[in-house]
Ligand binder design. Sequence first.
Ligand SMILES: [Zn+2]
Length: 260
Amino acid sequence: MAKEWGYASHNGPDHWHELYPIAKGDNQSPIELHTKDIKYDPSLQPWAASYDPGSAKTILNNGKTCRVVFDDTYDRSMLRGGPLSAPYRLRQFHIHWGSADDHGSEHTVDGVKYAAELHMVHWNPKYGSFGEALKKPDGIAVVGLFLKIGHEKAEFQLLLDALDAIKTKGKEAPFTHFDPSCLFPACRDYWTYHGSFTTPPCEECIVWLLLKEPITVSSDQMAKLRSLFFSAENEPPVPMVDNWRPPQPQKGRVVRASFK
Ligand SMILES: [Zn+2]
């Protein structure tokens, strides 16, 4: 594999294990969700997010995705409840998407690939730092939202309007006064399982909360995401599309549902 991982044939998901052996581990993400095999667990609590819009800082093109970064130096924007044993701090969110509207999500639901999947990444402050949390099986909590095509979502447009400032790899712009809970669907039902980051190094430190109800965005809004570039300003342009990892083996892991 080339020095830097990516999503192309020479450095894509099939190659990641060459530099990051855990990518072939027993707790990798994403996975295929087969809803008929998922059991309702009445012990699962409702979850809640209390995000401080003032904790949003910047939006970044890191050459793999667009990422919105939050101040996580203290308990400002928090996720609580659900399968979590403690409150977790919001650090960043980012998106995975396709080259067309009929694919792009990482998890699949009964074979359905959504147009995109948004990941809100939180860490458990009991571990002292984000870096330490990455080493713990319950260090990170990711809320995953599926994006399907339909009517435009106004709250999503706030994010899309910022993309013109970060077209190419390495660009960063201020992105403030944003409460990402405006993106959540009305229904809080979720599936949960233990897995990994879907990008190298693919650390197996994640409690996943995947929201059952997709949010709706328009086809034009999806096209705006695809106007970003994997490449830097001084490089031949490579459109940022298909930055998703395909499903990984479930290897006996149990997925639980918060709902009947
Ligand atoms: Zn992700």
